[in-house]
Design a protein around this ligand. Sequence first.
Ligand code: HEM
Length: 190
Amino acid sequence: MKFLKEYTEVLDSTQGFRYFEGRAIIGFIDGTEAPAMEDAAPYAIIGDEDPDYINGSYAFAQKWRHDMDFWNKMKTEHQEKAVGREKFTDLELEDEDKYQNAHNVASQYDENGEEQKIIRMNVPYSDPATGVTGTYFMGYSRYWHVTKGMLINMLDQSDYLLTFSDILTGQLFFIPSRETLEQIADGEFN
Ligand code: HEM
């Protein structure tokens, strides 16, 4: 803040944490269908298609609050239908066994029949003083329209997660490449 306070006003500060086995706070393994770290670059980083912004990334952040009492009262079998995977084994359910608006159905975004992917790096958070508990969604994408397509599908299909969650904040950031940041620092970027 020593450097930033002159230019910024802090509205929220949220500390996320890693939950056991990398699970989301709703108890399910998060990130299974996201590309592995070694394959992440082509999904997260802008390429030759946009030479002015090459090696940058679109980072989208959303702070979600979950009604954990609602969720914890649901039987595991119903939670699994809502997420679309088995809770303990992480195996995917057959489509006919999922709710129609299961999260892993509603969040899918296809282009020309091909499923698109982004790099998802969610963290759980919880504030014992206020009891507010949720997920800080973080998604990095080479193309903003892919993340946006997932969000639109989730809203259009009333993703099950939305029945017990509120979306409290949302921001889209453009993360410049190191080269661009250096140009900005040197006053060479117009
Ligand atoms: C913030 C609350 C959220 C939680 C707790 C959550 C949790 C999960 C979990 C447990 C899975 C299944 C495992 C996996 O494949 O990663 C999943 C899948 C997925 N989520 Fe989320 N998610 C959240 C929000 C979002 C948002 C906002 C997006 C999109 C912008 C998103 C996009 C996806 C996608 C694309 C999949 C993979 C679907 C597939 O199987 O192909 N999620 N999420």
